[in-house]
Design a protein around this ligand. Structure first.
Ligand SMILES: Cc1ncc(COP(=O)(O)O)c(C=O)c1O
Length: 371
């Protein structure tokens, strides 16, 4: 699905120099690279503060802690996401309340949001799935009416935009993952919380660093050890300078898929709706998704299903009380979505071959209603 070796080959000299610099300094915890990457990534998002943490799951979990969310509280979110979004809520002892997604953007449907908000609701947590920003204008308007903060799960959307503002600056705060396959990926695990709110950023930093106060051994609240690794920060600093170029190269490949698949019946192609996607994944819909996946895999083409089961139906989320049929759009998407390979270095002839195989599969099948 991605070719991280090809990416490393493009930036090898700079990455190797950055790693060597950290090794020579023997500054493995915190240090200048962490502080600089936080400042550079905050500036990239267009916000004032960033707190580096160990991974995207911790970013969400610790951000929720910093909001003071705990037992008895509810967080409104989506089930059409990676499990970490729900885990972060349950790990804080709160209850996720799942709303369905919009069938076009695959993200939180603002029309369904209002009725999910109740007296226990403390926060709204939309997910910018596949790189496409959720409709933050509508979500923020509803949140403001109810006096609720909005936390973006931006793990898949580095560089996405709505109304000229980048993801990360669209809510009260945002959580990023730098898992290696992300648009901006580390060479290991890493994550970040960004916000314009200085007090909130300080609370995240506190719980991510053993609940510390001014002094290392001044432990004010129960926290944990979730620091951004210094080597990863040094590598991410190099890669951040390439992010816009890489996102543009993703966009070119999306346009190439769109051209190659435009007249293929039996698949529905992803589109942007009221926002600029970071195009983390190119996810099409097919009524015989499993057949298409088998066809492509048999021809040596990697594919992925994000996600085969909406998280309200995962046993791990049983405490939230989700049942089949609760979220019809999310449940239908889980049966139809298929992600094709998409990354900046994807050769255009390889992309054409993938598209040709999608076409070949669809030509053998009856035209699906509505496709
Ligand atoms: C939507 C979403 N949220 C959260 C996460 C968690 O990030 P991490 O894997 O860095 O813990 C991911 C990572 O895949 C994700 O896709």
């Amino acid at each position: 699905m991605v070719d991280l070796k090809a990416q490393y080959a493009r930036i090898r000299t700079e990455v190797d120099a950055a790693v060597a610099r950290v090794l020579a300094s023997a500054h493995f915890i915190k240090g200048e690279d962490c502080a600089r990457f936080e400042a550079e990534f905050a500036a990239y998002c267009g916000v004032r503060h960033a707190v580096g943490v160990a991974n995207g799951t911790d970013a969400l979990t610790l951000a929720l802690r910093a909001y003071g969310i705990g037992p008895g509280d509810e967080v409104v979110t989506v089930a059409n996401t990676f499990i970490a979004t729900g885990e972060a809520i349950l790990l804080n002892g709160a209850r996720p309340v799942f709303v369905d997604v919009d069938a076009h953007t695959f993200t939180l449907d603002p029309q369904q949001l209002e009725r999910a908000i109740g007296p226990r609701t403390k926060l709204i947590l939309p997910v910018h799935l596949y790189g496409h920003p959720a409709d933050m204008t509508a979500i923020n308007a509803i949140a403001a009416r109810h006096g609720l903060p909005v936390l973006e799960d931006a793990a898949q959307a580095h560089g996405g935009e709505q109304d000229g503002r980048r993801v990360g600056a669209l809510g009260h705060a945002a959580c990023f993952s730098f898992y290696p396959g992300k648009n901006l990926g580390a060479y290991g695990d890493a994550g970040m919380v960004v916000t314009d709110d200085a007090d909130f950023a300080a609370r995240v930093r506190q719980v991510a660093n053993h609940g510390g106060g001014q002094d290392k051994y001044d432990n004010v609240v129960v926290g944990t050890n979730s620091r951004l690794d210094t080597l990863q920060a040094a590598i991410l600093r190099v890669k951040l300078t390439r992010l816009d170029t890489w996102n543009a190269e993703r966009r070119e490949r999306v346009a190439a898929y769109d051209r190659a698949l435009a007249d293929v019946s039996g698949v529905r192609l992803p589109r942007e709706h009221g926002a600029r996607s970071a195009w983390h994944l190119y996810t099409l819909r097919c009524d015989d998704r499993d057949g298409l996946q088998k066809h492509l895999n048999a021809r040596g083409i990697a594919t992925a299903v994000h996600y085969p089961r909406p998280i309200h139906l995962q046993p791990a989320m049983a405490a939230a009380g989700g049942r089949p049929g609760d979220l019809p759009v999310s449940e239908q998407l889980s049966r139809e979505v298929l992600c094709l390979p998409l990354y900046p270095e994807l050769p255009l002839d390889a992309l054409q071959r993938i598209a040709d195989e999608v076409r070949a599969f669809c030509s053998t099948r009856p035209v699906a209603a509505g496709a």
